[in-house]
Write a protein that binds this ligand. Structure first.
Ligand code: SAH
Length: 339
């Protein structure tokens, strides 16, 4: 599950077979969900015999599943070392998307985020990220056409595995999802953004901004002390000029913290003239924290001011409000139940 198509080619070459067999194996594993070599009927009997001793780990174990009335479904997957991760299935009119986790836990420490509590346990491998997509596809029977790398963990903190995952998931012999249907969300790890820009992958970059100035951002997102807003905006501008892609800024409105009219104006001036779009998110309540979701009037006012400043803005529809759809909440509950 963890091999890129090139690495699969090397594996078969090691058995004295031509590398193009890799594409055949990839199709069986990633498109058809077959994990036994003797079922791969277009491989020669001889090769199937040679590969018989190898096993491809099957699907991740589904430890829990929560379905929302709106079709959103959250999955808690078990890993081989008994850790667990969350992924979300999101049906849309234009296709289905999956939100994948990239790490077990997270070390970024954002104050409002459930994934950050308990810190980082470990990075996921590319195969473990991929298996969330195929696991959900197999379980729901629905084809996934877009991916948001926006689950638990900071993708820039595990960038090599995330880049490998992107290469695997876009491969024509794999799920063949177009780069433009992939979104990567970061809390603002500047060197990661610059590295990603250099690859010019055409994926959408989403930046979790959540504050219009360093004073507020420092108080809710520790990463800002390392890479303040000016530096972050510089890296985003570089991403835009290299890729020509519009950047999304995520902004969760927290009552009394970042949702005032003055802060909306400040955000408007910060982003004016940039090829970007703001996604206002209703904050998901996290049990252990006392941050509250901004009320409707404040959301309206904030939206209105941004629009007035000429910034394209959308208010994210709240999906899965009746399940633990916020990152990390289901896993935290499972951990608590265990102890
Ligand atoms: N580490 C990456 C991706 C994972 S977090 C990042 O920070 O972008 C995915 C998104 O969920 C981020 O925008 C994050 O700020 C947001 N988020 C975290 N906790 C939230 C909460 N309680 N309510 C709403 N959004 C939250």
């Amino acid at each position: 599950m963890d091999l890129s198509i090139e690495e699969t080619g090397e594996l078969v070459a090691g058995f004295g077979e031509p590398r193009f067999r890799a594409a055949q194996i990839y199709k069986w594993v990633h498109q058809k969900g077959v994990s036994r070599f003797d079922e791969m009927t277009d491989l020669s009997l001889d090769l199937r015999e040679k590969l018989r001793g190898l096993t491809i780990p099957g699907n991740l174990e589904i430890l829990a599943r929560q379905k929302s009335k709106d079709g959103t479904a959250k999955f808690l997957f078990g890993l081989q070392d008994n850790e667990s991760i969350e992924s979300v299935f999101l049906p849309h009119d234009y296709g289905n998307s999956v939100c994948v986790s990239t790490q077990v836990g997270c070390r970024m420490g954002c104050r409002f985020c459930a994934s950050a509590m308990g810190g980082l346990v470990r990075n996921l491998t590319a195969g473990e990220i991929y298996a969330q997509v195929t696991g959900i596809q197999n379980d729901t029977g629905k084809r996934v056409s877009s991916i948001v790398i926006m689950g638990s963990g900071e993708p820039m903190d595990n960038l090599d595995h995330v880049l490998k995952f992107i290469a695997m998931v876009t491969d024509a012999s794999g799920l063949h999802i177009g780069s433009r249907h992939i979104t990567l969300s970061t809390c603002g790890v500047v060197p990661g953004i610059r590295k990603l820009a250099a690859y010019n992958l055409q994926i959408t970059l989403s930046v979790s901004l959540h504050a219009p100035n360093d004073l507020i951002r420092d108080s809710i997102m520790p990463i800002n002390r390392k890479h303040p807003i000016k530096e972050l905006m510089g890296a985003c501008s570089e991403y835009i000029s290299v890729t020509n892609r519009r950047v999304t800024f995520e902004y969760a409105l927290i009552q009394g913290v970042n949702d005032s009219a003055g802060q909306a104006e400040e955000l408007g001036s910060l982003l004016r003239g940039m090829l970007c779009h703001v996604n206002l998110i209703p904050l998901n309540r996290v049990q252990e924290r006392d941050y509250r979701q901004a009320d409707r009037e404040r959301v309206h006012r904030f939206t209105h001011i941004l629009e007035g400043a000429g910034i394209p803005v959308t208010v994210r529809r709240e999906k899965g409000a009746d399940i633990d759809a916020a990152c990390g909440q289901l896993r935290r509950r499972a951990i608590k139940d265990r102890v």
